[in-house]
Design a binder for this molecule. Structure first.
Ligand SMILES: [Zn+2]
Length: 142
């Protein structure tokens, strides 16, 4: 498994994630992000908005068929599933439930707090939870 030091998102992508989180309120929102990893740097190309099957304010669950389709798309387009995104009506720290699933899915986990609008990246590798830096870039002008 690759180890991430940073995730790069464009302003448009950040705004999209904020909208996904806002639209799902009061429930937690979730999305799968496709992209690529190079030298511990994660770049995002696609944001696949998912439904929170649990309609919960403290947990989320994504339909396995949706996850399978995301992997198929990644394969077809030569990308990887690089980030699992969800929102918290609380600080953007992984909950005990999150930590369990982070261990099972050791990609980058991005958590957006719908209270402070702060976004944090985390990755759990080899039993250790690490912070992943979130960099916001200006949109490409091409
Ligand atoms: Zn959570």
């Amino acid at each position: 498994m690759w180890k991430a030091e940073q995730v790069v998102l464009t302003e448009t992508q950040i705004r999209r994630l904020e909208k996904i989180a806002k639209d799902a309120m009061p429930f937690e929102s979730c999305a799968l992000l496709l992209g690529s990893v190079e030298n511990s740097k994660v770049t995002v190309s696609d944001i696949l908005q998912a439904k929170n099957r649990e309609r919960s304010t403290v947990t989320f669950q994504i339909d396995p068929a949706f996850i399978f389709k995301a992997y198929q798309q990644a394969d077809r387009e030569g990308k990887e599933l690089v980030v699992i995104f969800h929102s918290h009506p609380a600080p953007p720290r992984p909950s005990p439930t999150d930590l369990h699933y982070m261990e099972v899915n050791p990609v980058v986990w991005l958590i957006l707090s719908t209270i402070t609008n702060k976004i944090e990246g985390h990755q759990l590798l080899e039993g250790e939870t690490r912070s992943v830096k979130v960099l916001i870039e200006n949109n490409a002008t091409d």
